[in-house]
Design a protein around this ligand. Structure first.
Ligand code: ATP
Ligand code: MG
Length: 365
């Protein structure tokens, strides 16, 4: 029986409201016996700025580095619109990603059966959908140099971004994708644009080489990212794990998100390199949505994305597959019973509050 150390960073807006519901779930698992969770709590984003003038303090940053997993709520809001750029709430999130070297962003697109009917998409396209997009998060065009706007002197300017990928960056994200595929349906689709981009040619080569060196048991397929986007909308169930670069991953994961419905349902994980001694990866788990200042304080926030993010921690950081499956089932059952927060309710359907949804999921557990 292991004890796992969590750092909870609720953040701003609905962040603390949905974190309260995750704490109920964590307490339930602690009371059940088996592996237990010790949670410490810190400040991030506007909440941290208000307390000590920084979007995350050095002390909380050190706690994050030492934790087995960070459970992150959401940051930002109109209150901090005028804060200096380097102290804006989002700077806390970026600092965590950078210092923890969270290079792999995992975004599942799952369609809960109870919500398939409510979708505006054809039911047979999304019913039972369960795919995982693995996006490279620390390289590519977001960070490549040069990155600038230059004055060409003749009334013209030039905007330049540079896509850069080194072998090691592609290899480590490919390994994450293959390892995840082994725990799922054993298939990886790699997406790039090798027909127009040199970084795409290298991406394709390195993914293939990585596959040939120890991951031959996993089915690998390559797809051009534009065709991949089309296939994702046409017949998403053909995919299991999609691995792609930072920019394509940003776009494809937002497209996949819309296949499944509300932002309030979508969890994510960001993973770093395995620790040399323990083999455990640094990791942060957070909902895909933001701090939703428009509904903060009204009890309307859907806590499912946050709770499912903890479910990803159970699965990917702690390898507690049975617990993770149980939590996913509890969420599905709660939805099957017709319980809905406002964001996922059909017109005229009765709704429950953030706290009632958290309680219902715990009761289902
Ligand atoms: P960010 O810049 O942080 O990504 P955003 O502007 O994309 O934020 P969100 O905070 O994600 O916006 O919210 C977008 C919309 O979705 C808002 O109307 C918000 O109320 C709604 N929303 C987001 N999360 C939830 C949730 N958990 N439950 C219910 N509604 C939500
Ligand atoms: Mg957003």
């Amino acid at each position: 029986m292991a004890t796992h150390n969590l750092l909870l960073l609720p953040g701003d807006g609905i962040g603390p409201e949905i974190m309260t519901e995750v704490k109920k779930v964590i307490s339930w698992f602690n009371a059940r016996g088996g592996d237990t969770f010790e949670s410490d709590e810190g400040l991030v984003g506007g909440a941290a700025y208000d307390a000590h003038g920084q979007a995350i303090s050095e002390e909380d940053m050190a706690k994050a580095m030492a934790s087995d997993a960070v459970i992150f709520g959401a940051v930002g809001g109109p209150k901090w619109d005028d804060v200096a750029y380097e102290h804006r709430p989002e700077a806390g999130l970026l600092r965590l990603r950078k210092d923890m070297e969270l290079f792999a962003n995992l975004r599942p697109a799952i369609c809960y059966p109870a919500l398939a009917d409510a979708s505006s998409l054809k039911k047979d396209i999304i019913e039972g959908l369960d795919i995982l997009i693995v996006r490279e998060l620390t390289g590519g065009v977001y960070f490549g140099e040069p990155k600038e706007i230059t004055d060409l002197g003749n009334g013209q300017k030039r905007g330049v971004d540079t896509q850069v990928y080194d072998t090691y960056e592609i290899e480590r994200i490919a390994k994450v994708a293959f390892e995840l595929a082994r725990t799922r349906n054993n298939k990886v689709t790699s997406m790039e644009k090798r027909n127009v981009m040199k970084s795409g040619v290298l991406w394709n080569e390195v993914v293939t080489d990585t596959h040939n060196n120890g991951y031959e048991d996993v089915q690998l397929e390559h797809m051009l990212a534009d065709a991949g986007g089309m296939q994702l909308v046409r017949w998403p169930k053909q995919f299991d794990v999609i691995v792609t670069d930072n920019l394509f991953g940003d776009m494809l994961s937002d497209v996949a998100a819309m296949l499944t419905g509300s932002l309030g349902m979508l969890p994510s994980a960001s993973l770093g390199a395995p620790d040399a001694k323990t083999g455990r990866r640094k990791a942060m788990y957070e909902p895909v949505h933001g701090s939703a200042p428009d509904i903060s304080g009204t009890g309307a926030a859907n806590p499912i994305a946050m709770i499912a993010s903890f479910g990803m921690a159970l699965r990917y950081s702690f390898e507690l597959v049975e617990a993770a499956d149980m939590l996913d089932k509890a969420i599905a059952n709660t939805l099957d019973k017709g319980l809905r927060t406002k964001d996922i309710a059909a017109a005229g359907e009765a709704t429950i509050s953030t706290a009632e949804m958290g309680d219902a999921i715990v009761a289902e557990l």
